[in-house]
Design a protein around this ligand. Structure first.
Ligand code: SAJ
Length: 431
């Protein structure tokens, strides 16, 4: 699909969007709804969780993300943003629901299909439906079939349709914002706009043009779907390279940070940072959506996943080695050796503990160690259930521990010397 097909020279004036419904008020849906509403669009957020709907309808937020609270409050005060448990009529529907992965690495797109079933009854001629959730290739087409089955009175576009007019327009436009910078990146990032037909792409570009200042890149649904998966798989493979290098340096008793620092002085080399593993709900998941679709031809993507997934266990081995050193050098029994872990979030400067490799390290370590385990995480007030055998303390509270383990490079931990002689620094904070 070329840009010329999408944006004809003589374009008639766009039909305004009187209202937009955002299905799913999570880490992507709520910021998207709020940013659009702050640009004067009438937005209604739909979520199945009553506490989320109630919070938004009181001008509040249920997730932590810089600047989201003021964006939501301002839009809510202006009467542009409200929430509902049930879908309502709108001129455009944006679907931003989770697409998790099952234990055996299959993509679960059931929330997308449920959202499609729920919104189908509200569709009217001329509406636009956009899928934003990170999805396996072909999900947008499958979603259209769900909509079409529910609404035989309306016509829907199919892949490859060119000239035909349809009652409903459908596109795939993946989110690509970075947690911690969501409100800013929603506006400034370029967006891939993949319509099922050129008319669908055009309509979706009009919608995103309401709040995106980055470029709007027209394409088809499948390319947009694979593009999103490729972005995260690319990052995963690059992080795996850094982690593999860390494994090599561990074997050779060398400093990986020194090697990376100097290698990155090469004009065409940019090695990422090793760490205790890859967390979050995107980078550790999305590569499997590609691998599941083409298992025989994705050895790099699959082994990168395995390298990154094996890091927590390696870190546990390093911590146990330090515990053994303390025991040997001080004569203390293991049950008296205290170990402090710094950082629990899945990455720096956020409070999100979901799919965190730091948690995995500590859970695993608790099974191997009988002495006191301390944790320091300035962004949370209580420990998750799985860490109930550990305690949450401050930097000062952890200072007397025998072994210190840096897991997340929060700003609050930077600029300080190593707190003791026995350390494992997975993030190059103390070295
Ligand atoms: N990490 C490293 N070393 C690095 C970089 C990251 O170990 O050099 C680890 C982090 O500590 C974290 C994990 O990787 O555990 C993922 O963190 P991230 O900052 O790389 O990515 P996310 O998951 O917060 O957001 C990603 C982004 N994708 C890309 O950068 C290609 C974001 O733009 C996407 O919108 C997001 O996934 C998503 O929702 O898909």
């Amino acid at each position: 699909m070329s840009a010329d097909e999408i944006i004809p020279g003589e374009r008639e004036k766009a039909v305004p969007f009187r209202s937009v419904a955002v299905i799913g008020l999570g880490y992507i849906g709520l910021p998207t709804a709020a940013v659009m509403a702050s640009r004067g669009v009438n937005v209604i957020g739909i979520d199945v969780q009553p506490h989320v709907v109630e919070t938004v309808n009181n001008g509040g937020i249920h997730i932590v993300e810089p600047h989201l609270d003021e964006t939501v409050r301002t839009a809510w005060e202006a009467g542009k943003l409200r929430a509902s448990l049930e879908p309502v009529e709108a001129d455009a529907f944006m679907v931003a629901v989770p697409t998790p992965i099952t234990k055996d690495k299959h993509a679960d797109v059931s929330y997308v299909m449920k959202a499609a079933e729920a919104l189908a009854s509200k569709l009217k001629r001329g509406d636009l439906v956009v899928l934003e959730s990170t999805s396996p290739v072909g999900t947008t087409e499958a979603m259209v079939e769900v909509l079409a089955a529910a609404r035989p009175d309306l016509t829907f576009p199919r892949r490859g349709d060119k000239g035909a007019e349809h009652d409903i327009m459908v596109a795939y436009c993946p989110e690509r914002v970075l947690p911690g910078r969501v409100v800013e990146e929603l506006v400034s990032n370029d967006r891939a706009i993949g319509g099922l037909t050129p008319a669908c792409t055009r309509r979706a570009m009009e919608l995103y043009g309401l709040f995106v200042e980055g470029g709007l890149v027209p394409t088809d649904t499948r390319s947009a779907e694979l593009c999103k998966l490729s972005e995260n798989a690319f990052r995963d493979v690059n992080i795996a390279f850094a982690n593999e290098l860390a494994n090599v340096c561990e074997e050779l008793d060398m400093d990986v940070w020194e090697v990376i620092r100097i290698a990155n002085r090469h004009p065409r080399v940019n090695i990422l940072q090793p760490g205790p593993g890859v967390g979050g709900h995107c980078i550790a998941v999305d590569p499997w959506f590609i691998a599941e679709a083409a298992p025989e031809v994705t050895p790099i993507i699959q082994s990168a996943r395995r390298v990154n997934d094996s890091r927590p266990e390696r870190v546990v081995g390093q911590v146990l080695a330090q515990v053994a050193n303390v025991r040997e050098e001080t004569g203390k029994p293991a049950e008296e050796i205290s170990v402090a872990f710094y950082g629990l979030a899945f990455k720096a400067n956020i409070d999100d503990l979901r799919e965190s490799p730091a948690i995995e390290v500590i859970e695993h370590f608790l099974k191997e160690h009988s002495g006191p385990v301390l944790t320091v995480e300035p962004h949370i007030k209580s420990l998750p259930e799985s860490l109930s055998a550990a305690s949450l303390t401050s930097l000062e509270g952890a200072s007397g521990a025998d072994v210190h383990v840096m897991l997340v490079e929060h700003s609050a931990f930077r600029g300080k010397a190593a707190p003791g002689d026995y350390t494992v620094d997975t993030r190059n904070v103390w070295s």
